[in-house]
Write a protein that binds this ligand. Sequence first.
Ligand code: XIL
Length: 327
Amino acid sequence: MAPPVRPAQFSELAYGTTLAREFNLIQPEDVMKWSVIRPDRASFDFTAGDAVVAFAAAHQMQVRGHTLVWGRHKLDGAEYTPAELPDLLHEHITRVVQHFRGKVFAWDVLNEAFDENGKLRNSIWYDRPGIGLAGKGTAYIEQALRWAHAADPDALLFYNYAEGEAVNPKSDGLYAMLKDFKRRGGPIDGIGMQMHIFDLHPDVSSIGANIGRFTALGVQIHITEMDVALPTNPSTLRNSEDLGRQADVYREIAAVCLAHHGCTAFQTWGFSDKYSWIRSFFRGNKGAALPWDEKYNPKPAYRALKETFADGSCDRVKVSTPELRQP
Ligand code: XIL
């Protein structure tokens, strides 16, 4: 199990010690994104990303990289012309992946490229203006994967996505892409399922079926960003029923991951409720989504995960609890 991390917090005692004690895999929440790594078109700033790598090295952890190609990246300072976009992205992927070569074992190369209807989402990289492959389906995704593979042939390359963890039109679109890439030998090793759960009642059997059909194609699944948002209405906030249900959801998803041999990593999106994107994303209406509370006390969700990963069947899954750390 693994969280995304905020290196600015490494020096906060409870943050650093909990992270070092509990996890064997970390991923930067934001500091390997374009907005941090590319302060302007000419520069690359790897300082914060390097801090994540150094923390991981000091504590025998692996690092996932996140994320190289995302429609939400703002390129405001980049000053490019449309004709320059392919070179800009090629340079970005190459420089970033080469910089972290041998240090980042798996990359989310693409993030969130499909819409809910299973069609490709309009984005700066696909078609607005795109890198020259607009209207050619998943060709731009394949191109990005090939650039990443050339920059580090040993890194595992992932497509990471949200809100399609169950079988639905979005995951159908992704499944079709994967089948096509696999048939033609495209460089993709895995699918990241974000697993942000917002309503406490995910369709776990459908999620399991989805993981099953992907892994049957020979790719790995990483659960990349799990959190389980609770309502923050004062009358219901973190009552024991919600906390219990939250723990059940974590347990059920972890169990589904363990049930599929190809599911090889389980990450939560943060670990303490003190630092979580949920509260701002829901403008204060949801929160308390992670296994530790704001004071780093373990919640029922933590114990649920610990129990689930304690059955000895998880050697292949990166896990968090100290007893379960791989040698
Ligand atoms: C979020 C971070 O948690 C925030 O700190 C940031 O402001 C916006 O991005 N899916 C993803 C993540 O792939 O990169 C997002 O992270 C959450 C949704």
